[in-house]
Design a protein around this ligand. Structure first.
Ligand SMILES: Nc1ncnc2c1ncn2[C@@H]1O[C@H](COP(=O)(O)OP(=O)(O)OP(=O)(O)O)[C@@H](O)[C@H]1O
Length: 253
């Protein structure tokens, strides 16, 4: 991925070769500015990659589409619409050919209930907490039945307790629905807790995949039980070593 900038060409990513299995949860971790969002935006179709190819179910994708829904760090809800209408808008846009009005209503409510927001359908974004807004954002993304759920630091702006609750919600939903998820995070514990694989990016410019850690922990995962688990500790220190030993100095890397 090369950007044209005022100072000339800037190569953000090179040779990123990654294949996800259906139902897999993969997190992307790396220092600030290494190109995580750029990579996610390529998958989302928001960035047009300048070389290489992106395949989904064997077909090339070249732009955004409802088969890839994004949850951003800052919810991106429409402030003038209720919680219900924020999700309903996406449902109407994506599913009106397949579902009649009644079904679209039920589907909207169902997805909000799935994330624990069934009690706040008529509230507006300014009336609910940051964690609740993220829940609505996740409901909106899930309601589009994407093949891949793309999450760009979805819990990064939340306090630690709310973050933990939402991580648990995400794991419960993923266990139920089998979603394929790519999640960007800065949080090593979050990466180990949520992921089947952790993709560690080298520092930019010309960032690439440095290492991949496979997390061989059974599901469901419970954070308290994991703290002393040898596999948890192994993955955690593998990521820490990568980030703070090998990729510590951006220039040298
Ligand atoms: N549209 C653009 N034009 C020029 N350069 C860009 C553009 N988008 C991103 N970059 C550059 O690409 C590099 C990667 O940016 P990106 O936002 O993907 O990093 P990141 O790993 O997501 O960072 P952070 O963790 O801080 O969010 C940065 O050097 C950034 O300045």
């Amino acid at each position: 991925m090369t950007f044209d900038t005022q100072k000339g060409k800037f190569t953000a990513l090179v040779d990123v070769d990654l294949k996800l299995a259906r139902g897999e949860v993969v997190s992307i971790i790396g220092h600030s500015g290494c190109g995580k969002s750029t990579l996610l935006n390529i998958v989302a179709g928001l960035n047009r990659h300048t070389a290489g190819v992106l395949l989904l179910d064997g077909k090339e994708v070249t732009g955004p589409g409802p088969d890839r829904a994004v949850v951003f760090q800052n919810h991106s809800l429409l402030p003038w619409l209720s919680v219900y209408d924020n999700v309903r808008l996406a449902v109407d846009k994506v599913l009106s050919k397949r579902m009649d009005r009644r079904q679209r209503h039920d589907w909207t409510v169902h997805n909000l209930e799935l994330v624990g927001m069934g009690h706040a359908l008529d509230k507006h974004p300014h009336e609910i907490s940051g964690g609740m807004k993220q829940r609505v954002g996740i409901a909106r993304a899930l309601a589009m039945e994407p093949k891949i759920l793309l999450m760009d630091e979805p819990f990064g702006a939340l306090d630690a307790l709310t973050r933990a609750t939402l991580q648990d919600t995400l794991m419960e939903i993923q266990a139920k629905l089998g979603n394929t998820v790519i999640i960007i995070t800065h949080d090593v514990d979050e990466a180990v807790l949520l992921s089947d694989r952790i993709v560690m990016m080298t520092n930019g410019p010309s960032a690439t995949i440095g290492e991949i850690c496979e997390v061989k922990l059974d599901r469901p995962r419970r954070r308290l039980e994991l703290a002393d688990d040898p596999e948890y500790i192994r993955c955690r220190s593998a990521v820490m070593r990568f980030l703070y030993e090998r990729q510590r100095h951006p220039k040298a890397a």
